[in-house]
Design a protein around this ligand. Structure first.
Ligand SMILES: Cc1cc2nc3c(=O)[nH]c(=O)nc-3n(C[C@H](O)[C@H](O)[C@H](O)COP(=O)(O)O)c2cc1C
Length: 197
């Protein structure tokens, strides 16, 4: 069985002070948090440069959909114990310090220790539309790797949970993802059309 992966949002700060927000799956290895960013990655660069990151647990899935559709300016608040920033909408956050970096040509492994954790809002339960937005965001982050028909089939299935269980934030997030998929399809069809001429 694979280790479970938890979908979180990692916030890091560049040496020039710019805050970077990126959805990332994390694994928990005892007390450590394990990140595996694909190169090239601003998150990787920032963690290696500054030695810190913040793990944010969020249920506002607009952050996931926004980051993969070019909307990365999410409000942040200063971290309490490290030079970092957490998301203002985090239900809880964990401040992290790099303890091990295993480099790799494609996907290095970063192991980070917990320095501080805080809870800001209650978790009120699983919501299918939020899960659908996260799945849709994964598809959109892989548009360049997946056949467009497969993306459309999966989006159509995920749409059911959106229609049945979404609140306004999930509808907004889903709209951004649909727009991205539609724009991608138009591009793919234009290229195919040129090839056929
Ligand atoms: C739910 C979700 C999980 C993701 N997990 C990872 C991950 O574990 N590693 C990774 O490199 N990118 C992951 N991505 C894609 C990144 O968020 C995206 O490519 C991002 O820009 C990472 O690169 P960056 O550090 O340069 O921002 C994930 C995206 C989503 C929507």
């Amino acid at each position: 069985m694979n280790d479970p992966i938890y979908e979180t949002v990692i916030t890091t700060v560049a040496p020039d002070g710019r805050v970077h927000v990126a959805p990332m799956g994390v694994r928990y290895a005892g007390e450590l948090v394990v990140l595996m960013p694909f190169k090239p990655s601003t998150t990787l660069d920032n963690v290696l440069a500054g030695g810190h990151a913040v793990l944010n647990v969020v249920t506002d899935t607009r952050v996931f959909a926004g980051c993969v559709t070019g909307r990365r300016a999410w409000p942040t608040v200063a971290a309490e114990c490290i030079a970092g920033q957490r998301l203002a909408c985090a239900l809880n956050h964990v401040e992290l310090e790099l303890v091990e970096h295993r480099d790799d040509a494609q996907r290095p492994v970063l192991r980070l220790a917990r320095v501080h954790a805080a809870t800001h809002a209650p978790f009120i339960g699983l919501n299918r539309a939020q899960a659908a937005v996260v799945e849709g965001a994964v598809l959109v982050s892989r548009l360049h790797m997946l056949p467009v028909d497969k993306i459309e089939t999966e989006m159509k299935y995920l749409q059911i949970a959106i229609d049945k269980t979404a609140a306004a934030p999930e509808h907004e997030a889903w709209g951004w993802l649909r727009e991205a998929v539609d724009a991608h399809r138009v591009k793919v069809e234009a290229v195919a059309g040129k090839g056929a001429r």
